[in-house]
Write a new protein. Structure first.
Length: 117
């Protein structure tokens, strides 16, 4: 057995795209899938940028707001998940803070297993 940590202390500060958050990388598969844990602090933001590959954001704790290429924000909270297609512009922000798992891969398709909100 091996025990691992992925809490905030194991993460790296991300500043690209005018962002301010901590991300702990979790794993990468042979299918070029990347999974990470994001910690947005109070008033944190994942800046507006294009998805390099399809991205799936699973809100684990807290609440925040997400948007695509429109200026309209949608509230998300624990238990919500957001999917962005490759090249889709998007942003995530939180006034109170949130923790989320992010999955990035060319091969993900959440609609195979999940129903829309």
């Amino acid at each position: 057995m091996k025990l691992y940590k992925f809490d905030k202390s194991t993460g790296n500060k991300i500043r690209e795209y005018n962002s301010d958050f901590i991300m702990s990388r979790i794993l990468r598969t042979d299918q070029n899938t990347q999974i990470g844990c994001i910690y947005l602090e109070e008033d944190g933001v994942i800046g507006y940028h294009q998805a390099v590959v399809p991205q799936f954001l699973l809100i684990m704790n807290g609440e925040g707001y997400v948007r695509g290429d429109q200026e309209k924000y949608f509230k998300v909270q624990s238990g919500d998940a957001v999917f962005w297609e490759k090249d889709e512009w998007h942003e995530t922000k939180s006034e109170k803070g949130l923790t989320a798992i992010v999955i990035e891969s060319e091969t993900i398709n959440p609609s195979l297993f999940m129903s829309l909100k």
